[in-house]
Design a protein around this ligand. Sequence first.
Ligand SMILES: Cc1ncc(COP(=O)(O)O)c(C=O)c1O
Length: 410
Amino acid sequence: MAGNINVLTLIKKYGTPLYVYDLDIIKQQYECLRQAIPKKVTIFYAIKANPNPKICSFLRSLGAGAEIASAGELYIALKSGFQGKDIIYNGPGKTDEEIQYAIENDVHLINVEALDELQRINTWAHTAQRMTKVCLRINPLQAINQAKMQTGGGSQKFGIDEEIIETLIETALDLEWLELVGIHVYIGSQILDHTVLLEQISYTLNIACRLTQHFPLKYLNFGGGLGVPYDDNDPIFDVKAFGIGLTNLINTVSQKYDLSHTQFILEPGRFLVSESGIFLTKIISIKESRGKKYAIIDGGINHAFLPIRMNRHYPTVIANKMGQKNEHMMTLAGPLCTSLDIFTTEVALPPVALNDIISIFNSGAYGFSASMLYFLSAPMPAEIMIQKGQSIVIRRRGRKEDFLLHCDPS
Ligand SMILES: Cc1ncc(COP(=O)(O)O)c(C=O)c1O
């Protein structure tokens, strides 16, 4: 079931491969986080996790802001109803055009990741005659190595190394069109242990306290990274305990430093949308090779790349054989001509047959958005949302003609 709708009826109506997102689950995730964390902490949804405008505008209606990392994402955010004041802009490779576009649209904060970027933002802010608020993204000396995808600690393309941050602060304070208002630290995705995230936040708070002597810290951004369980061995991220821990950390630091005017930020992506999504594909061929059984399905890394690379054991069932015993070990493979295109190696399933519907849960984050959508020129999957018991198409299925968009075939 997706919401109250049997996915087999959705397949009959919309075909495969198909992404289905249940908005009730997104609401549940958002509200559970919102209620757990202090009021002073604002949630900005990292729209890279799932940039479908309907998903973005739904999160906006719940009260989230948007975290974006490209002009394309800024465009989507604006089209989804976010205003500049609701948007923060990250990313280690901002082009001049993107910076200009962000300033023109009055984005709330730009998180700066390099010295040249700081200077370029100042130049464009000057051209636009708009004071622009910036935070410095810091690559911390100490980063807890638990994230599935590490973006902080050691040598990184992300952020500014903690040991040279004071130099950049001096530069930023000298730049006429910039207002330096805070810092940002994001060390990586899919952290399941809330104590690990809290430890990192505590470290960030220590950096922040050291820096308050240089400038008033109006914003303190702790990034995203809250994980979701993908298989039975994964613990569930303890949101309540995380909220209590975060409150305690902020209160403790506030006794020593005046943070009464500081706004705290979290920018989760995966946690908000992952569990809302199911990816539905059909078995189109079955074979055996040297003792291993393969089911080839009609969706592959062109539709769901990152899930495949990060975790080969996404919860997987055959939708039309629920309740049957999972006794047969199968390898699920996509249809593409690359050995990378393997979904799950050795998953226990009921006996498989052609046209069985494989359902891969937990596909709402970094599924569609982090895929190699153009690889092998296979049409893009459709996307459906379930809201108030209704299924609504939020992205039409692609067509083979799409692959000639912007090309002259003659
Ligand atoms: C700067 C930044 N913030 C937030 C996120 C969202 O991370 P997650 O989906 O792990 O919460 C990302 C993801 O890449 C990111 O790069």
